[in-house]
Design a protein around this ligand. Structure first.
Ligand SMILES: NC(=O)c1ccc[n+]([C@@H]2O[C@H](COP(=O)([O-])OP(=O)(O)OC[C@H]3O[C@@H](n4cnc5c(N)ncnc54)[C@H](O)[C@@H]3O)[C@@H](O)[C@H]2O)c1
Length: 313
């Protein structure tokens, strides 16, 4: 497979500019950001500089970044296209059909969808063997995990190339061998959210108590003692005994909790309305954002030294 040097990110929003930022730290990559909205492209360099600054990296040389609103210009010579446009199946399907007309036959097509099966996104392609999922996490320049999702059509060389590319920029890629909705990490995350919401819905406790319990118990351990390691630590017999009692009592809801719709009908939509499970102010949101960046800066691998040298110029 051709060495990946020319990387095109489609969609310059929250995820797109952050994914671009990761590759921009390495001068060997030529990074192109494509968006249909000129203002999103214009804003991207400033956002990347601000991200770097919040991580304590001062100055920035983004000379290996190209911005364009021409799809043909963006993809015609790309080695890989990483799509980060809104989470709408038809939009993504149609985009890749257009890209297939313009890109080289050996160009890899990657989608950053959160939960849509990759098979569905690549369904209308003539060559489905180049379609893969690369699921990054927000903020992509701080969270190490990227899930590399294989469909029944994906060429194994495409998987290898993506795994190597992501490792080379300091990410922790994992190979997801089956294209299941939510892949691995979002399935785990939302299994927990389903139970968290069910506990509030069933009036076992309030939202703050749910979060307090997580934050002050297993949440403290998770980054060093993950669930399956923990199962070994306590022993599989105890795990079995606990599951025998607790699993039948857990939520098995197949639909989103009605509590979500109830809150939204009251105008409590989350941060956008300053209310959801909690009440928020601009100050409390800013404080939480700051805390999160500080914690992630402490825990996440630092940007590559090469990247630092480059941006400190
Ligand atoms: N936000 C997250 O935390 C997160 C995390 C992981 C994955 N994702 C996934 O990443 C994708 C992007 O999410 P986001 O939060 O960055 O969205 P966003 O709304 O911030 O950005 C989307 C960008 O795509 C552009 N766009 C829309 N249609 C386009 C088209 N046809 N061609 C080119 N550009 C187009 C928009 O102008 C916008 O700049 C989604 O699939 C989302 O589910 C999001």
């Amino acid at each position: 497979m051709k060495k990946i040097e020319r990387i095109t990110i489609v969609g310059s929003g929250l995820m797109g500019h952050g994914i671009a930022q990761v590759f921009l730290g390495y001068p060997s990559f030529h990074v192109t950001l494509y968006d249909t909205v000129q203002a999103m492209l214009d804003a991207a360099p400033g956002k990347i500089r601000a991200n770097l600054q919040s991580m304590g990296v001062l100055g920035s040389d983004l000379s290996n970044l190209r911005l364009t609103t021409s799809l043909s210009d963006a993809v015609s010579n790309a080695d890989i296209v990483i799509e980060a446009i809104p989470e709408k199946l038809e939009l993504k399907q149609n985009l890749f059909v257009e890209i297939e007309k313009l890109a080289r036959p050996d160009c890899i097509f990657a989608s950053n969808t959160s939960v849509i099966p990759i098979t569905a996104i690549g369904e209308k392609l003539a060559d489905k063997s180049r379609m893969v999922g690369t699921h990054w996490w927000n903020p992509p320049f701080m969270i190490p995990l990227v899930e590399v999702i294989q469909t029944v059509h994906t060429n194994s060389e495409v998987i290898t190339a993506c795994m190597e590319l992501l490792s080379s920029v300091g990410k922790t890629p994992v190979h997801v061998k089956k294209d299941v909705p939510g892949f691995v990490a979002n399935r785990l995350q939302h299994a927990l959210w389903r139970e968290a919401i069910a506990l509030v819905e069933d009036e076992v406790c309030d939202a703050a108590t749910v979060d307090l319990c997580i934050r002050n118990s297993f949440g403290l351990r998770l980054s060093v003692l993950a669930p399956l390691e923990n199962a070994d630590l306590v022993g599989l017999e105890l795990t079995e005994d606990i599951h025998r009692v607790v699993l039948p009592a857990l939520s098995t809801a197949k639909e989103p909790s009605p509590l979500l719709r109830q809150l939204m009908n009251q105008g409590r939509k989350g941060w956008s309305t300053n209310s959801g499970f909690y009440d928020w102010t601009e100050e409390s949101k800013a404080e939480l954002r700051k805390k999160l960046i500080e914690r992630l800066t402490l825990l996440a691998p630092k940007p590559a030294e090469k990247s630092k040298e480059l941006v400190n110029k």
